[in-house]
Design a protein. Structure first.
Length: 339
């Protein structure tokens, strides 16, 4: 493939967790990628409710067109199917070319949507990547492997390309556009589906996804049952954290497979990873970023997890976790009283 002009990048924003800052950071990541090849960047933002404040923040960035789509059912189980058709129409309006690259945030919804869009437009789905670059031979994407311990580069000559981009900003400054783009607002309506084609898995939708959480509270075989994970979930709620689990805990049915951390599960890169009752096998640690601070709680002082933990606590979880919850609650009450 010979590229005669700079590829156009389209930042696809899916505001499923009402996190405007995360969306703006994603756009800044895409703008950073566009600078070396002088690419034009557009934004398509899908929110559950109209968000003029977010649109105003996007206008401060050097973007071309800004399309804001309101889709009230962004968190529904059939979301990926509905939004693929909505986004397809938005991309067709922008005349998606074979040299364009669509970048969604990394995560379960983002990865599914870009895979569906790649199939719809007969393009290339790179999946979850760290970075994308372009040259006359096509697009090159960097993907983390072996639990983030190594990076491989994959290449595709033919686009359009679709990626789920992991956040990796270093804080570079971005110049504001001389003439801010005026956001275009659209209302998305759900497409009816045959009930036989929809599979709803209850009980997990309200939990934060582990792969995008800033804090993860994770339990292992040492938790010994679902009651222990109910306690971990209470602790996670107090830290606005996601609940995770090791393979043995998932196999035992104590935590959903969508929250499994490890080589055969999800790769996580939170600021803090609280490992409770987890022995620390290489297979599990392969799912945790090497830049994450690990806090380990285990009653076995010889557990392998302590070899990699930044903070190690030798204690019985069923005594320590209730005490920690009580301490957090007491601290919050004290802070509220002083205010």
């Amino acid at each position: 493939m010979t590229t005669t002009s700079a590829p156009r990048l389209i930042a696809l924003l899916l505001d499923e967790h009402d996190d405007a800052q995360q969306l703006v950071t994603h756009v800044e990541d895409v703008l950073d990628m566009a600078q070396p090849c002088a690419s034009e960047v557009h934004a398509i933002c899908v929110t559950r409710t109209p968000n003029p404040a977010l649109a105003e923040r996007l206008q401060r960035l050097p973007l071309g067109a800004i399309v804001c789509i309101v889709a009230a059912d962004l968190r529904e189980p059939v979301q990926a199917v509905d939004f693929t058709s909505v986004l397809q129409r938005a991309l067709e309006t922008h005349a998606l070319h074979s040299t364009d690259c669509v970048c969604a945030p990394a995560g379960a919804l983002g990865e599914e949507v870009v895979a569906r869009l790649a199939a719809t437009f007969d393009g290339c789905a790179f999946g979850r990547v760290q970075h994308v670059s372009f040259d006359v031979s096509g697009a090159h994407a960097d993907r983390a492997v072996f639990g983030g311990r190594s990076i491989v580069r994959v290449r595709s000559e033919r686009g359009p390309w679709f990626v789920a981009l992991r956040t990796s900003r270093t804080g570079s400054a971005l110049a504001a556009p001389a003439t801010p783009a005026a956001p275009e607002w659209r209302e998305a309506s759900s497409v009816p589906h045959d009930a036989d084609e929809i599979v709803v898995v209850p009980g997990d939708a309200a939990r934060l996804p582990v792969e995008t959480a800033r804090v993860v509270v994770s339990g292992g075989r040492g938790i010994q049952g679902p009651q222990g994970f109910a306690l971990l979930e209470q602790l996670a709620a107090r830290f606005d954290a996601a609940l995770g689990g090791s393979l043995p805990a998932v196999d035992a049915g104590w935590v959903p497979v969508t929250h499994q951390v490890g080589q055969s599960g999800k790769f996580v890169s939170p600021s803090v990873y609280l490992a409770v009752g987890i022995s620390g096998t290489p297979q599990h640690l392969a799912g945790v970023s090497t830049t994450t601070r690990i806090v380990a709680i285990n009653n076995d002082e010889d557990a392998d997890i302590f070899r990699v933990a930044d903070v190690g606590i030798v204690a019985d979880w069923d005594t320590f976790i209730p005490a920690l919850i009580a301490r957090v609650d007491a601290r919050r009450r004290a802070c509220a009283h002083t205010q």
